[in-house]
Write a protein that binds this ligand. Structure first.
Ligand SMILES: NC(=O)c1ccc[n+]([C@@H]2O[C@H](COP(=O)([O-])OP(=O)(O)OC[C@H]3O[C@@H](n4cnc5c(N)ncnc54)[C@H](OP(=O)(O)O)[C@@H]3O)[C@@H](O)[C@H]2O)c1
Length: 337
């Protein structure tokens, strides 16, 4: 497949320039079924070749293994890729199921050093706070992140799953280059406050799970068909009666895809790009994939433009979804709005 040249955009007011679509690397190490290192590394090569230069990881993906996986690739192409990682979700070696949220400055200082060590880098391009612990004032956490910029360990700051008010408070402490939160045809609660704040401040929006974790593509129809340790089994909208009801909502994407000679994944990605235009927002979706074939399919989505009629068909979908995005919405921005 010959891929289109990917347009480039700048993250935030003075952030790096990246391809207008990035690559989510999470599934290469954990959460979404079996992993294959050789195919993952080939996918990173294919991404760079296609102009997909913004790579997304986090310290918690594979409990550090995802940073270790992509670190050598980033080192080999240091000036060509922009590497984003995250801190804030704590895991424990003696309890694989444990997840804590930590935003305190001492934790942040230790987390950045651990990420730099696993990645084998001197500096992280974009460092996100992954989840918010409301017990720690956001100004305190962002103040500690700003110190990492001053120390040369981090180039630019990002936040994930924060509300519009939290983004404004953070921005008053230090410029924020990117806000990463879930945004798709299927998940639009960020449009309540976060999107408007990002547009107003000139913060780039990085939609995660733009394919609804694969559900919008039809790659799975119910959590019950996934591996026992697949994290989507814990997410309410993919199980039982919710999944059965939500399957019908994916139909319009499929119909548009067929009519346009595209795929449902491409329709879902085109929707995010065009929805951001409505809000006057720079957007860099980071669809996740472990495979070259899908990387190519997703990259080709940047040439698809949905018509006003097609957008109107997709408009009511999110409002009809059964089930929450997470079992505990307290750790999302909407849980604090
Ligand atoms: N900040 C946060 O809290 C947060 C939360 C979740 C994710 N993220 C980040 O965002 C990235 C993307 O989100 P995500 O991976 O959760 O969800 P996603 O991008 O919506 O969907 C990924 C899933 O869709 C499948 N897929 C990808 N392209 C496809 C295509 N063209 N056709 C059919 N299936 C396709 C993938 O499987 P294959 O691998 O088999 O292609 C994978 O199972 C992650 O990798 C991670 O870096 C951040």
């Amino acid at each position: 497949m010959t891929l289109p040249a990917l347009p480039t955009v700048r993250l935030g007011q003075d952030g790096p320039v990246v391809g207008a679509q990035g690559l989510g690397c999470m599934g290469m190490s954990e959460f979404y079924g079996p992993t294959d290192t050789a195919e993952a590394l080939a996918t990173l090569d294919a991404a760079l070749e296609a102009g997909v230069t913004f790579l997304d990881t986090a310290d918690q993906y594979g409990a550090g293994r995802n940073e270790e996986l992509i670190g050598p690739f980033v080192r080999a192409h240091r000036d060509e890729v922009v590497l984003a990682t995250k801190f804030g979700v704590e895991r424990r070696a003696d309890d694989p199921a444990y997840r804590g949220v930590r935003n305190d400055p001492g934790y942040i200082r230790a987390a950045v050093d651990a990420s730099l060590r696993r990645l084998g880098l001197d500096v992280i391009d974009v460092y996100y706070m992954h989840r918010r612990d409301p017990a720690v004032p956001i100004a305190e956490s962002v103040g500690a992140m700003a110190e990492l910029v001053a120390a040369g360990k981090v180039r630019h700051l990002g936040l994930s799953e924060v509300t519009g008010a939290e983004l404004r408070e953070a921005y008053a402490v230090h410029p924020i280059a990117a806000l990463q939160s879930e945004w798709s045809v299927f998940a639009r609660d960020v449009e309540r406050s976060a999107v408007a704040a990002a547009a107003e401040l000139g913060v780039a929006f990085v939609p995660y799970s733009p394919l609804g974790r694969g559900f919008l593509t039809g790659s799975f129809a119910a959590a019950e068909e996934l591996a026992a340790d697949d994290i989507r089994r814990t997410q309410p909208r993919f199980s039982g009666a919710n999944a059965a009801a939500n399957r019908a909502l994916v139909e319009p994407l499929r119909e548009i895809a067929v009519a346009r000679g595209a795929t449902a994944a491409q329709v879902a990605l085109a929707w995010v790009h065009q929805r951001a235009e409505v809000h006057g927002l720079t957007v860099v979706p980071i669809p996740g994939t472990r495979r070259r074939e899908r990387l190519a399919e997703n990259t080709a989505a940047v040439t698809l433009r949905l018509t006003v009629e097609e957008l109107a068909v997709l408009e009511p979908v999110a409002g009809r979804v059964a089930g929450e995005r997470y079992p505990d919405m307290a750790f999302t921005s909407v849980g604090r709005e």
